[in-house]
Design a protein around this ligand. Structure first.
Ligand code: ADP
Ligand code: MG
Length: 565
């Protein structure tokens, strides 16, 4: 029947609409994102339906979204030629909110008076279609379900009721017309009839929507005349959703520059897809140089989150650990709310699973670089090594891989850093431990008296000069069953059993000879040192100061002092 009726919104829907009409959400621009996202979903659904049901009489030759503005009437229309809705569907999905947790959300909203917290809640929930009521005081929707002949017209001012009637003629798909509230800077209501504003919003939030988003714009023509032309506002390049072998390197590089605002090509590309219960695509890049803010706490993280081609947020920290903060790119997760908050993301189990996979894949990529592309790996390590080492402190799960991709300077070859496996391969007979020295500079370490005995023995020493080195090496403790031992701490045991016996006899002799001197020195230096003893570490220097095995090293001591401890 064509009968028109006026129906009431379901109670929860009414409450949510109230919140929209009175606009508790400050970023009103996102209404367009929501409408475009729905249009894009409808196009996806129609494409799928036409593939599944060959009998379905629909035109899928030019699926697109269209934005139309009438400046005089102050209306904005978002139109798609997608799957559309039947009259029942309109009543069901637009008039009610079936989402679980609605009641709970509304209760929390009522209880909260803090506007930030309220926005956060609304953000988690995702208001979808109702976001239109943030910017419009009346919304009309005309739709025709694919395969049906008649359409449905729906209209509401977002208060308690809506009207719905059947119409004979309606184009395939859905059009949503907003009767816009007056622009109001104070209320963050931009002029949504302005071409520039619309362009900006589409570019910002919907650029990678896989369907064309078109708008007919006026352009000055000959003399007084104006001509119109239809333009596509989005680039549509959802590169991450395309199979790897269909994307060429230039496209990857262009996309990288777009997401990273970098001017150089990336060093490496990770393009992956997760299937199963939680679908996602990830297109990640390892830059070829470190950004200036790499060590600044306010520095930007690279990864953007999309939900089904719709931009959700920049700097998505839930997707990348801090020590991989230089990684850029996009993760498109299919089953998340468009308005999911950062806090919720951090706790989301599936996001945690995705993050673990991404981390493993990036580390595997670096490992492969190290094995097969030495030059690229060298660049990587020079630029990002100091950051990646932070992972050895807090990512115990990937410690093994991190230790494999690590490289450090060593006394073995001044020009060539080594990895730990290389060090172990060169260990001398009878050498039990891996030796390292830390300090501000390589020259300083190499000239330190602690080095002498190691030089004399021909033992290789790792030279660690990054601040983070002190911390990770303590945390890691061992590699391949061998202790990582500082040459500046405790009793360093460099000798074999036989040598030890000889040395012990010799030392006993020396202790007797020097007993008086040692006692005198111990008393004289009592305020500065714990003990004075003869050492086997030095070959040419007369004396050196060493720490107890559990004392902090000089660099750490400096670091703590600088931090005010
Ligand atoms: P969501 O998109 O998260 O489902 P929305 O509030 O944005 O929530 O939309 C509610 C429902 O209305 C959609 O699930 C869809 O069934 C229907 N809908 C909205 N816009 C359109 C459209 N342009 N074409 C077809 N159906 C639509
Ligand atoms: Mg939606």
């Amino acid at each position: 029947s064509n009968r028109a009726e006026t129906l009431e919104f379901q109670a929860e829907a009414r409450q949510l609409l109230q919140l929209m009409v009175h606009s508790i959400y400050s970023n009103k621009d996102v209404f367009l994102r929501e409408l475009i996202s729905n249009a894009s979903d409808a196009l996806d659904k129609l494409r799928l339906a036409s593939m599944v049901d060959k009998e379905l009489e629909v035109d899928t030759s030019d699926l697109h979204v269209e934005i139309e503005v009438d400046r005089a009437a102050r209306t904005l229309t978002v139109r798609d030629n997608g799957v559309g809705m039947s009259r029942d569907e309109v009543v069901q999905v637009i008039g009610t909110i079936a989402k679980s947790g609605t009641a709970e959300l509304l209760r929390k909203l009522r209880e909260s008076s803090d506007s930030g917290a309220r926005q956060e809640l609304i953000g988690q929930f995702g208001v979808g279609f109702y976001a239109a009521f943030m910017v419009a005081d009346r919304v009309e929707l005309v739709t025709r379900r694919a395969g049906e002949s008649g359409g449905t017209r729906w209209e509401s001012a977002g208060e308690g009721t809506y009207s719905v009637e059947s119409v004979d003629e309606a184009p395939q798909g859905t059009s949503v017309t907003l009767h816009l509230k007056p622009a109001d800077d104070e209320d963050n209501l931009h002029d949504y009839t302005a071409e520039w504003t619309i362009r900006e919003i589409v570019k910002r939030y919907s650029d990678f929507i896989a369907w064309p988003i078109r708008m007919t714009v006026e352009r000055p023509g000959e003399g007084d005349e104006t001509s119109t032309e239809t333009q596509t506002l989005n680039s549509m390049k959802a590169l991450w959703a395309r199979p790897r072998d269909e994307v060429d390197e230039a496209e990857y590089n262009e996309f990288y520059k777009h997401v990273s605002r970098d001017w150089a090509d990336p060093l490496d590309i990770v393009h992956m897809r997760g299937e199963g219960t939680f679908e996602y695509e990830a297109l990640l890049f390892i830059p070829s140089h470190a950004p200036l803010d790499l060590f600044s706490p306010q520095g930007r993280r690279g990864v953007q989150l999309y939900v089904k081609r719709v931009f959700i947020m920049d700097d998505c920290e839930a997707l990348m650990p801090n020590y991989l903060r230089f990684v850029k790119g996009v993760v498109d997760a299919h089953d998340l709310s468009l308005n999911i908050s950062r806090e919720i993301l951090q706790q989301d189990r599936q996001i945690q699973v995705v993050r673990r996979r991404l981390v493993k894949k990036i580390l595997a990529t670096v490992k492969d670089m190290k094995a097969n592309h030495a030059e690229r790996y060298r660049t990587f390590w020079t630029e990002f090594g100091a950051v990646v080492k932070e992972g050895l402190i807090d990512d115990t799960e990937n410690q093994g891989t991190l230790l494999e991709i690590l490289s450090v300077a060593s006394t073995n070859d001044p020009a060539e850093p080594t990895d730990l496996a290389g060090y172990v391969g060169r260990m001398k007979d009878g050498q039990a431990d891996i030796y390292y020295a830390t300090g501000d500079s390589r020259a300083m370490i190499e000239n330190s008296p602690h080095m002498e005995a190691f030089h004399a023995k021909g033992y290789e020493v790792l030279l660690l000069t990054d601040q983070v080195d002190e911390v990770w090496i303590e945390r890691v403790g061992q590699y391949d069953g061998r202790t990582l031992r500082s040459i500046a701490k405790g009793d360093v045991d460099l000798d074999t059993e036989e040598e030890k016996k000889e040395a012990e006899a010799e030392r006993e002799q020396q202790r007797k000879e020097f007993a008086d001197l040692l006692t005198w020195m111990g008393v004289t230096l009592a305020d500065s040192v714990k003990e004075v003893r003869l050492s086997s570490r030095l070959t040419t220097s007369p004396a050196c100061v060493v720490g107890d095995a559990h004392d902090i090293t000089p660099t750490l001591e400096k670091m703590y002092r600088a931090m005010g401890h």
